[in-house]
Design a protein around this ligand. Structure first.
Ligand code: HEM
Ligand SMILES: *[C@@H]1O[C@H](CO)[C@@H](O)[C@H](O)[C@H]1NC(C)=O
Length: 333
């Protein structure tokens, strides 16, 4: 091969290489990235964290509530801020869906974060990204692991009440129902057990578990898997015909610490929701994972970091799709 054709060949290959590189870089524009606001809003993450820190001083539960908003957002048509939209006379949002009504909270804190972000960098940071950053900060401020939040989600112009009702799992779920609801979002059985560990913080209303206390699956008796002392406590806290909105900690031992105590509780038959309890009492993968996490907090933490990043990647709107809302509660405003 002569010099000249060798040169032509190198030129040709470098063209193909450039084309491939262009395609790669071009397509990665649709991906989330940690550096998304580095230039457009460098203070974004510091702002989110400081508002949450302040809110936590008044309400030790707020971190839990914010993390749950990220979950309920991502499970309904992807992480697009749809859960934050208010109902109006001409718009039906997700706030009245069964899993959210009288239960989803933290919207005022999201509003505070958003208004500070609008002052610092107008029309730049999406409401969906606020929830993703808030979920990470909530875990860290409650003593759990940190991770790098992928960013660049945009906000939806729609919401779906029926998808919220259908896709968010019920606390009465069996293991196979939980597995299939998570699988539908591209999350594995391991992700499901790991993410359920978020119930190491936060609270639930009596109505979310009281069927376990008195007439479990129509047997006329309590759920036989509940620890007897724990059952007596819960029956006292949630009497039949009592206040359905009365709250109980999801982790009775360390209710505001993000740790692996949730899994230890499950082993001790002190899981609050049926969907918690069955992870341990159903033999198989979920049971083995509960035992493993109860015995090793580091394994739980490291799997939680990857699982929540995976959850945060569910069908984001990127590029020019959707919008950046100015007010998280309303489309196009
Ligand atoms: C595995 C399926 C899940 C079911 C069936 C479920 C169900 C529930 C229920 C019924 C409550 C109490 C609601 C109330 O009574 O007001 C709750 C609270 C909570 N959930 Fe889940 N959840 C699941 C998974 C998750 C995941 C994946 C996360 C986050 C990664 C999460 C985070 C939370 C938090 C932090 C709370 C407490 C919220 C607060 O105190 O405001 N849950 N969940
Ligand atoms: C328990 O529930 C079943 C159906 O869900 C009902 O038929 C039965 O009467 C209930 N038993 C008691 C003791 O309330």
């Amino acid at each position: 091969m002569g010099r000249r054709s060798e040169g032509a060949m190198i030129w040709r290959y470098s063209c193909i290489y450039s084309l491939l590189l262009f395609m790669l870089v071009g397509s990665s524009r649709a991906q989330l990235m940690a550096s998304f606001y580095d230039k457009s809003c460098p203070k974004a993450q510091a702002i989110v964290k400081s508002v949450i820190q302040q809110a936590m001083q008044k309400d030790s539960r707020i971190g839990a509530s914010l993390m749950r908003l990220h979950f309920h957002d991502c499970f309904v048509n992807g992480c697009d801020g749809s859960i934050l939209l208010d109902d109006t006379s001409s718009f039906t949002g997700e706030k009245t869906a069964g899993p959210n009504l009288n239960s989803a909270r933290g919207f005022d804190v999201v509003d505070n974060i958003k208004s500070q972000l609008e002052s610092a960098c107008k029309g730049t940071v999406s409401c969906a990204d606020i929830l993703a950053i808030a979920a990470r900060d909530a875990v860290v401020l409650d003593g759990g692991p940190s991770w790098t939040v992928q960013l660049g989600r945009r906000d939806s112009t729609t919401a779906s009440l029926s998808t919220a009702n259908n896709d968010i799992p019920s606390p009465a779920s069996t293991v196979s129902q939980l597995i299939s609801k998570f699988q539908a979002k591209g999350l594995s059985t391991q992700d499901m057990v790991t993410l359920s560990g978020a119930h190491t913080i936060g609270q639930a209303r009596c109505t979310s578990f009281s069927s376990r206390l008195y007439n479990f699956s129509g047997t006329g008796k309590p759920d036989p898997t509940i620890d007897k002392t724990f059952l007596a406590t819960l029956q006292k806290q949630c009497p039949q015909g009592g206040n359905a909105n009365q709250l109980q900690p999801l982790d009775l031992v360390t209710p505001t610490n993000f740790d692996n105590q949730y899994y230890k509780n499950l082993q001790a038959r002190k899981g609050l929701l049926n969907s918690d309890e069955v992870l341990y009492s159903t033999s198989g993968t979920t049971n083995s994972l509960v035992i493993s996490y109860a015995g090793n907090q580091n394994t739980f933490f490291s799997n939680f970091q990857s699982a929540i990043i995976k959850m945060g990647n569910i069908s984001p709107l990127t590029g020019t799709k959707g919008q950046i809302r100015k007010n998280c509660r309303a489309v196009g405003s």
